[in-house]
Design a protein around this ligand. Structure first.
Ligand SMILES: [Zn+2]
Length: 326
């Protein structure tokens, strides 16, 4: 029996269609709940609210860092993603800057300071799960498979056997791998940004963090010794100095000299994740050419210099800009 359930659960993940990522989020939430939940009964109730909380967390993290598109209809964002994006907007407004944070790190703040907004997001998500996901997940080959869990349409919870929860828990590592792999594949069909699978995986490992960019200073200083801001053109004091990605980090998920410039912290926080205008792109290309010349004449060598030259030859600035605009 256990194997039947496990195989069926994996089959749902493997055969999931590529319309959106709801089923992946749902499956992942069930596995995570199976790990955390304490129970004594043979049949365990899991509320859609519990599931919604997990799903919001996944979408929050994928959106705030990488702005991944979660549905094949590009003109219509999947509802749950819309609610998540709204919550992110309200969060940014509330903290008055746009520094991305993992949901887990700001969860308490959101629940306390944005209680109504958070509850709205959860309630709307529950509604969508009810209408679209809860019953559909176990509807395979034209029939409802109650051996996975039981769900009566309209209800606020599913009922799952403790045996099944145990199977999910015991196989959680493999299931997370499988779900992330499928999730990445689905995302690849409608996201053109690079390193999709790495983005999905890294978010799961809680390792997503921005590396220090200070190692780029010695290169940037060669071309811009006065440290003038790429955005406003004024000189930057040490305390207000930051290094910024012209093409957003959320898109590239990589730190490269060809894409990095000095900016004021204040100028930077206004434009986080915004796709640059043509003018900025031209400016960056000019900067790169000038930087290459100056690096050459100062006899600076190394991987960073080689990469910059390569990026310049291959026209990375234009290529990635065009790709991230579309
Ligand atoms: Zn500035």
């Amino acid at each position: 029996m256990e194997n039947d359930f496990y195989n069926l659960f994996k089959r749902i993940i493997r055969e999931c269609n590529y319309t959106n990522t709801y089923k992946m989020a749902w499956a992942k939430a069930l596995v995570e709940i199976a790990i955390e939940k304490e129970y004594t009964d043979k049949i365990v109730e899991i509320s859609l609210k519990e599931i919604a909380e997990k799903i919001i967390k996944y979408y929050w993290n994928q959106t705030i860092f990488f702005d991944l598109i979660q549905g094949s209809n590009l003109t219509e964002t999947p509802l749950i993603l819309q609610y998540t994006k709204q919550l992110i907007g309200e969060y940014y407004e509330s903290i008055e800057n746009k520094k991305p944070e993992r949901f887990e790190r700001v969860e308490n703040y959101i629940k306390e300071s944005l209680t109504n907004e958070y509850n709205y997001c959860i309630n709307k998500t529950v509604k969508t799960l009810k209408a679209d996901v809860s019953w559909r997940f176990i509807f395979i080959d034209g029939q409802t498979h109650t051996e996975i869990y039981q769900y009566n349409k309209g209800e606020n919870y599913i009922k799952i056997s403790s045996t099944n929860l145990k199977v999910l828990k015991e196989n959680s590592e493999d299931l997370f791998d499988l779900i992330n792999y499928r999730w990445g594949l689905i995302l690849e069909t409608f996201n053109i940004s690079p390193r999709i699978n790495k983005k999905v995986k890294i978010i799961d490992e809680q390792k997503v963090k921005r590396n220090s960019l200070s190692k780029f200073r010695e290169y940037l200083d060669i071309e811009n010794p006065e440290r003038k801001c790429f955005i406003c053109g004024k000189k930057i004091d040490e305390k207000d100095l930051s290094i910024d990605h012209v093409i957003p980090w959320s898109y590239l998920y990589s730190d490269d000299l060809w894409n990095l410039v000095y900016v004021h912290k204040s100028c930077n926080s206004c434009k986080s994740n915004v796709i640059p205008a043509k003018k900025e792109i031209e400016k960056l290309k000019e900067r790169n050419q000038k930087l290459i010349k100056m690096l050459e004449s100062s006899n600076k060598r190394g991987k960073m210099v080689d990469e910059l030259k390569y990026a310049n030859e291959k026209d990375y600035v234009d290529k990635f800009w065009i790709a991230c605009k579309s």
